[in-house]
Design a protein around this ligand. Structure first.
Ligand SMILES: CC(=O)N[C@@H](C)C(=O)N[C@@H](C)C(=O)O
Length: 770
């Protein structure tokens, strides 16, 4: 290793670790008991580099409401670590806490029920009943019933029995199979899974546990071809029948990758459970499902329905839909929001009318709501009027808080209008909101929002900062961040032509981060940062790793090229079929834009991106070979003709390369013409022109963009003498998100770019020597 690089590793890694140790708040819950203060619990996570895991803890606080209507959070002196805990779910009254611990090996899953003073019950659920409980944020669903006797949840269905053989021709079914028993277990039939991040998972299934007796039952009557997720109890009905509502994804004719792909058809279903008085071991009636009730599809007339949420009064079932993604075939698109009016007798009704609350927005007028883009909906998003929901949604390059009236469809942007900040809902305190806001150069900050009714009957929201020990960082990091600034740039489309939709010709955006002293005399080098998807977006929130790169002397140009989420459906739909040209042109326009504004030098530009962002990175260094001094590609799509045969989303390859009319082509093996077209649309077809030294960061377990895409391209560069470095993370999937991988990736990106931007020990790195 060169002496310079060695020094760089040492200097950068110590700063990077300071960024890495900053915690995140993942969730929050508030508890109010009569006569007591409001209390809060915040789930905090932090990278633990040595064990390569995320350490999770709970930070508690008392919340004081002062006479002057200000709010104070009094924090416990220390957080408490929650080791081995997969999920915590408070009961509706807040008097019980369910703690779920998934096993690391083939051991039993553990459910604990805690009261305010102690653990009351503990149940171990053997693998013969089910595997691990899903806590993936997608299939995941854990729901207490109203009288807090049962919990419905999603867990991996039991594995099918496997034959075991001995060397003498004998066999048994699912017998003991170790060397000593003289038997070995056969592999059994291979079963399709839901692709990226779901390796080894076959069947998310629905279970109910009676928390008095610990009895667990798999809910009967559900077709085995459905994968189940996001279960909730329907409103309580007087009588012996209760209903569960859940999402079902069909695996017919086969499963395709579902991670980052909301275009997999899904529907809401209802299933009935009956209270059986005679079977109870604890005098409480036991809820049982029976085969005789056919599971009811509640959303037959719409191709996608998920995140079911009942209003607190039980009158409405509201859900999100990705119908636009399902119907067009793009992997993500503009969402819509819908409502079903629930019958007063509490029973589901198959042909209920589905009302549109927020339809898909095709192309918004300037400054108007651009459409709904939600990554989740809070489990209890309701204000006390029973018809207003608080939702986080993407609006151009920022995430904002919206209030949505589910009866009138009225949408109000309630977080402050500054697009340099992004907002995320943590929890609700009655009609008040606890949220988090941050910007690319400002740490996360807890915010408390109160609605203020005006005389005109309009409501405005006032937001106060809540101080917390959670986001404290070192003085060095704080001072480095204070020297940075960020802004959102609007960039005009250069290649507009006849036949395009109006939305496709509207300006797109880029987030620009730079030092406040970035001057025209000596510019900091620029890193162009490109998100994946391509139907995804880079948001104006704080990212430790990007902040790290800007504090070591780089300006960042984070481009939300056309096709990104948050800009309306027409702009989004303009990209499929045009990847490698429209998106490449947008990025080049964004670079010209900052150069023309005098914010960057054309001679010091680097580029990096993950996945489709890696596709763009490698397209750019091939199509504009003199523009970039260095590049970094993370699990990049370099050859669609190669990827199509190995990825979990072959449909994506056709849609992005050929347009949405080609969305069903993947069901046939690719023809020679298809392979030629896919090749021509890929970065590999420009590889002979590349000059930029390129760093490749690859996850060996990536099933989305298998490593051979990156390896083939990197080897081709090496053959022609371009400087290449490959780091292979043996146990990582598509997103290199494990703490050591994240750290090693960004450390190497910093060192790689320093090397080629000829960055020696100049002024902006002096801080590292102190
Ligand atoms: C749909 C999808 O996963 N596309 C990949 C090629 C990709 O770009 N992934 C994105 C989501 C990423 O950022 O990894």
């Amino acid at each position: 290793m060169h002496k310079e690089a060695e020094d760089d590793y040492a200097r950068l890694s110590s700063l990077l670790q300071e960024f890495t140790s900053i915690p995140n708040i993942d969730k929050a819950w508030l508890f109010s008991s009569p006569g007591l203060h409001l209390q809060g619990m915040f789930a905090v996570s932090q990278s633990d580099l040595l064990t390569n895991t995320r350490r999770t803890s709970i930070m508690s606080c008392n919340i004081l409401k002062e006479r002057d209507s200000s709010v104070k959070f009094l924090w416990a002196p220390f957080p408490i670590e929650m080791s081995g805990v997969s999920m915590i779910v408070p009961s509706p009254s807040g008097s019980k806490l369910l703690v779920i611990r998934n096993p690391e090996n083939e051991a039993a899953c553990c459910f604990q029920i805690w009261s305010s003073s102690r653990m009351e019950k503990e149940f171990h659920i053997p693998q013969s009943l089910h595997g691990t409980v899903y806590n993936d944020g997608w299939f995941e669903g854990v729901s207490w019933n109203m009288n807090e006797t049962c919990v419905a949840y999603i867990a991996e269905g039991p594995s099918p029995a496997k034959l075991t053989f001995n060397g003498l021709g004998g066999y048994k079914i699912d017998g003991c199979a170790d060397k000593d028993s003289g038997y070995w277990k056969c592999q059994g039939d291979w079963e399709e899974d839901w692709g990226e991040t779901y390796a080894g998972k076959r069947q998310p299934a629905l279970f109910v546990i009676d928390i008095n007796s610990g009895e667990v039952q798999e809910v009967k009557g559900i077709d085995k071809s459905l994968s189940i997720g996001q279960v909730v109890w329907a409103p309580f009905t007087e009588g012996s029948e209760q209903y569960l509502v859940f999402v079902g994804w069909s695996s017919k004719p086969r499963k395709l990758g579902i991670k980052y792909c909301s275009n997999r058809p899904c529907a809401l279903y209802a299933v009935r459970l009956r209270a059986l008085h005679h079977e109870s071991k604890s005098n409480e009636p036991v809820l049982q499902s029976t085969e005789e009730f056919h599971v009811m599809n509640l959303t037959q007339t719409i191709s996608s329905a998920f995140f079911p949420r009942f209003s607190p009064d039980g009158k409405f079932l509201v859900f999100l839909s990705a119908r636009s993604a399902v119907d067009s075939g793009v992997h993500n698109a503009t969402n819509s929001l819908h409502r079903i009016d629930w019958l007063t007798n509490g029973k589901p009704f198959q042909s209920s009318k589905i009302y549109d609350i927020i339809p898909v927005v095709m192309c918004a007028e300037d400054g108007c709501f651009p459409g709904l883009y939600c990554t989740t909906i809070h489990s209890h998003p309701w204000l006390s009027d029973n018809c207003t929901m608080i939702i986080s949604s993407i609006w151009h390059s920022s995430e904002v808080l919206l209030s949505v009236n589910v009866l009138s469809g009225e949408i109000v942007h309630i977080s402050p209008a500054d697009p340099n900040f992004s907002w995320n809902l943590l929890t609700l305190d009655g009609n008040n909101i606890v949220a988090i806001s941050s910007s690319p150069v400002d740490f996360a900050q807890i915010r408390y929002g109160k609605a203020i009714k005006k005389e005109t009957n309009n409501t405005t929201w006032s937001w106060s900062n809540i101080s917390s020990p959670i986001f404290r960082c070192t003085d060095k990091v704080r001072s480095l961040l204070s020297s940075l600034q960020s802004s959102i740039l609007r960039i005009s489309v250069k290649d507009a032509h006849d036949g395009q939709t109006k939305g496709a010709t509207k300006p797109f955006e880029a987030i620009f981060v730079s030092s406040k002293t970035n001057s025209k005399i000596e510019f900091d080098p620029l890193i162009v940062i490109l998100h994946g998807g391509p139907q995804d977006v880079s948001l104006s929130y704080f990212s430790k790793y990007l902040a790290f790169l800007s504090t070591v002397g780089y300006s960042l140009l984070i481009v939300n090229y056309r096709g990104s989420l948050g800009f309306g459906e027409e702009a989004l739909q303009s990209l499929p079929g045009n990847v490698g040209s429209q998106d490449v042109n947008d990025v080049l326009s964004a670079i010209d834009h900052v150069i023309n504004l005098g914010l960057a030098s054309p001679s010091k530009i680097t580029v990096m991106g993950i996945s489709h962002g890696g596709f763009l990175t490698t397209q750019l260094i091939g199509q504009a070979p003199d523009k970039f001094v260095a590049a970094a590609a993370i699990n990049p799509v370099c050859n669609l003709a190669l990827m199509i045969g190995t990825t979990d989303i072959p449909d994506w390859c056709y849609v992005e390369a050929c347009g949405t009319t080609a969305r069903h082509c993947f069901t046939e093996p690719p023809s020679a013409d298809d392979l030629t077209l896919l090749y021509n649309k890929s970065p590999i077809s420009h590889v002979s022109k590349v000059k930029a030294p390129t760093l490749f960061l690859l996850g060996a377990r990536d099933v989305r963009v298998p490593i051979y895409d990156g390896l083939q391209y990197a080897r081709a560069l090496k053959e022609k003498g371009v400087d290449v470095k490959i780091i292979m993370f043996q146990n990582d999937v598509h997103a290199l998100k494990r703490p050591q991988s994240d750290m090693e990736s960004f450390l190497n990106i910093g060192v790689w770019f320093n090397k080629y931007c000829k960055y020696g020990a100049n002024e902006s790195q002096d801080f590292l020597k102190t």
